[in-house]
Design a protein around this ligand. Structure first.
Ligand code: SF4
Length: 421
């Protein structure tokens, strides 16, 4: 497999994790609870963490919310959850940081949107205060520019300058340049105010896939700050997943991106953790990191007219993901386990032999037996109604043997090291 070379960046510490090219690409997420509800917010941060989120952002939009941040931190610590919290500030961040110093201290990073800080001298003062607070409390800052809240005075100035040219550039090109300029000039201002360079992360989010790729590719060339990737307002369901994955995959393939978030709108009643699962699967299927054993399954066809095959593939994937909370600590390296569940004899044995463990189920009209392959060798043949349980028992035995205390596949480092430029 080709190795993806990461773009070389500064290394930024956020609480107990590091962001930058010397470190794995991190998965981020954001709560959608009311931050005033400290218990509910802490529980959702814990759920997101258990799903695999390594940094979690929370809304800090009011005095009531700011007053609860330290309590949320404490509740998480009490649950043994040390995931760094990022405060999302807009419009009144400087006032909240000033009035709630315990909030300023409890957060590991402040997200500042230069378009939502304020205008003119007043805006500059507010921005300066937030940066000074970050420097004072030794916190990282993400300067997060967003298409929907771009600094309008900067955009107008750049548009006017463009129109005065003999050959003006297209308006959308100027707007993209304004996004990048807003991020880079804000970062420079932050450094001029005393924030060390290795405390700054940038993002420039837009909602169109091609625009996002273009903006980040350009931004990546013009600085060495770590970049947080995300397609903003990606949407719901498969549309949000496809759009985010399409945009982020192109950038990740170019070595761009140090943290990612999949900004999914959850279906009513759907768990918030879905965005974390998608982010992990994106990184894992691209070979950038391993999080959970993945199931290779064929799509099924006219040879698989019963649902046995689909149910087994689904149950095995759920089972493996559910085990990871325990397995992650007990069986280091197990996240790279590869399991195949195949629907018939056409590709079943071949694909099963390539996996660590594979099962080839009987297709329509085939003898109702299911050969199981372990490390490429046919180990046993299952039949009857308990194939799923028997197959899971084989997986468990394999995990214990290979990733347990003396297992040959056990690793000391659960993250695949990634080569840097
Ligand atoms: S492996 Fe068999 S069941 Fe699966 S898609 Fe191929 S032919 Fe169809």
């Amino acid at each position: 497999m080709n190795e993806i070379k990461r773009r070389q960046t500064q290394q930024v510490q956020i609480g107990n994790v590091w962001v930058g090219s010397d470190h794995p690409i991190l998965v981020q997420s954001m709560t959608n609870t009311d931050t005033v509800d400290a218990e509910g917010t802490a529980l959702q941060v814990k759920q997101l963490t258990d799903a695999g989120s390594e940094v979690v952002r929370i809304t800090v939009n009011s005095p009531e919310a700011a007053s609860k941040v330290a309590e949320i931190r404490q509740r998480l610590d009490d649950m043994g959850c040390n995931t760094p919290l990022v405060g999302d500030f807009h419009f009144n961040g400087e006032r909240l940081l000033r009035d709630y110093q315990d909030c300023a201290k409890a957060l590991a990073k402040y997200r500042i949107n230069p378009g939502n800080v304020g205008k003119g001298v007043k805006g500059d003062e507010k921005f300066a205060y937030m940066i000074e607070q970050a420097a004072l409390h030794d916190k990282a800052v993400r300067i997060g520019v967003n298409w929907g809240s771009l600094d309008q005075s900067l955009a107008k100035k750049m548009m006017d300058a463009n129109l005065a040219l003999a050959h003006p550039a297209p308006a959308d090109a100027v707007m993209k340049e304004a996004l990048i300029t807003s991020a880079l000039t804000s970062a420079q201002k932050a450094m001029d105010l005393g924030l060390p360079k290795n405390k700054i992360i940038l993002s420039c989010k837009v909602s169109n896939v091609q625009d996002l790729i273009e903006v980040y590719a350009d931004l990546a060339k013009r600085c060495d700050f770590p970049l947080h990737l995300g397609l903003t307002e990606a949407g719901m369901g498969s549309k949000g997943i496809v759009a985010s994955s399409a945009a982020l995959a192109v950038l990740l393939q170019q070595g761009i991106g140090d943290t990612i978030r999949i900004s999914l709108t959850p279906e009513p009643g759907a768990p918030r953790t879905q965005e974390v699962v998608v982010a992990q699967e994106l990184l894992q299927t691209m070979g950038l990191r391993n999080f959970t054993p993945l199931v290779t399954a064929c799509p099924g066809c006219g040879r698989t007219t019963s649902t046995v095959f689909q149910e087994l593939a689904r149950d095995i994937q759920h089972y493996l993901r559910e085990q990871m909370a325990v397995w992650r600590l007990k069986y280091p390296g197990v996240e790279s386990l590869n399991v195949a569940v195949m629907g018939c004899v056409v590709n079943g044995p071949g694909e099963s032999k390539l996996a660590d463990i594979g099962i080839s189920l009987p297709g329509t009209g085939e003898t109702p037996i299911a050969p199981v392959y372990v490390d490429g060798e046919r180990k046993v043949t299952l039949k009857g109604d308990n194939m799923a349980q028997e197959f899971i028992a084989i997986v468990e035995e394999y995990v214990e043997t290979n990733y347990g205390a003396n297992g040959a596949k056990r690793s000391q480092n659960r993250v695949i090291p990634i080569q840097t430029l």
